[in-house]
Design a protein around this ligand. Structure first.
Ligand code: 13P
Ligand code: SF4
Length: 348
């Protein structure tokens, strides 16, 4: 049955030709990735979709916020589909616009007009729009350092949404001491901090990635005991302590390139999503590669996109239907674009 589904996907791709474009995120399953026209991180995929003017139908194999970003950057004549609407992102969902507006009002009360918002691209279109209309920028895990540097040329303080770990890891690497970082708790609408309020430079939103939080200090300690020869590389969505104890850290793109450059025979434990780790293992039989957490850590929402959902989405296009179209309203899209454009103008 799987072979029949694969054949049908092949046939539809052939029939739709260049009017169909299938971007696939690194964390997607192999059964989906085999059909991807481009593989990359969320921003790369949104950009290639926008650059591909022939593509009328963009079937985004990733999660909801990524499909939104693709819709924001593409033209009106291009339609973005998400094969399963349940493919959300728990991190993006940790910052909703009502919580964020409440936080902003409270923080203005505490710090006046001294704060610039920065949002990780892993956020809803509404949060990107909030960031854009308040003078801020998006960041990715690849350019977070350069955008944080730029942000401090604009204002004394920054609010970093929605991932506390990427925010903390980036600011710490740039020399901001931990006691000059506070955490905004959207559940209680309060600011959590040690030390002096006036010294706070970075306000971290209390959000996290439920996949990357599964890599722990005890995983590292266990590995050091059993395999002291293994190099450890993790994604900066991992906790501060985990990043601090690892040899290296970086975005998915950075991790992929680091393993490509590594010498044959070297051993690596990777702290990122399971499908990508499995693919890196398969692509490098000359290296000894494993997941930092031996249980492997899948992103359950990414995994909702599978071969049956991809095929279903393609069938709806063939039938001229309107299944699972992602549209961001024009006002939100225009403000969100501001935050994406500020990022693209600053990133090196
Ligand atoms: P990057 O591909 O930008 O490193 O992001 C990781 C991630 O968690 C995507 O959801
Ligand atoms: Fe969201 Fe984490 Fe899954 Fe990425 S890996 S989509 S940040 S939950």
């Amino acid at each position: 049955e799987e072979a029949a589904m694969e054949q049908r996907v092949h046939d539809i791709r052939k029939e739709l030709g260049t009017s169909l474009f299938i971007p696939g995120h690194h964390y997607q399953k192999d059964e989906v990735i085999q059909f991807a026209d481009a593989i990359g991180d969320s921003l790369q995929l949104a950009q290639v979709s926008a650059a591909n003017r022939a593509a009328k139908h963009i079937v985004f194999c990733g999660v909801h916020f990524m499909a939104e970003t693709a819709d924001i950057l593409t033209m009106d004549s291009q339609t973005v589909y998400l094969p399963d609407m349940r493919a959300g992102c728990s991190m993006a969902d940790m910052a909703d616009i009502y919580q964020t507006e409440r936080a902003w009002t409270a923080l203005q009360g505490l710090f006046g007009n001294t704060i610039i918002p920065l949002t990780y691209v892993n956020s809803t279109a509404a949060i990107k729009a909030f960031t854009g209309r308040n003078g801020g920028s998006c960041v990715t895990s690849s350019n977070a350092r350069s955008i944080v540097k730029w942000a401090f040329t604009q204002k004394e303080r920054l609010l970093f949404l929605p991932d506390q770990h990427l925010g903390r890891n980036t600011a710490f690497d740039m020399g901001v001491p931990l006691d000059q970082m506070a955490i905004w708790n959207p559940m209680t609408d309060t600011l959590e901090y040690d030390g002096d309020l006036d010294n706070i430079q970075v306000i971290l939103w209390k959000g996290h990635c439920s996949v990357h939080e599964n890599f722990t200090v005890s995983n590292i300690e266990e590995l050091r005991r059993t395999r002291p020869d293994v190099n450890i590389i993790v994604h900066p969505e991992c906790r501060r302590e985990v990043v601090a104890l690892s040899h290296d850290n970086g975005s998915t793109k950075y991790i992929i390139e680091a393993i490509e450059k590594a010498s044959p025979g070297s051993a690596w434990a990777i702290g990122t999503e399971m499908n990508l780790v499995k693919r890196i293992i398969a692509q490098h039989p000359d290296k000894d590669i494993m997941s930092l957490n031996p249980n492997m850590c899948p992103c359950l929402t990414m995994n909702r996109i599978d071969l049956p959902h991809l095929l279903w989405s393609l069938e709806t296009i063939m039938e001229g239907g309107t299944g699972n179209i992602i549209t961001v309203d024009e006002e939100t899209a225009a403000q969100a674009r501001l935050s994406l454009e500020r990022m693209l103008a600053q990133a090196d």
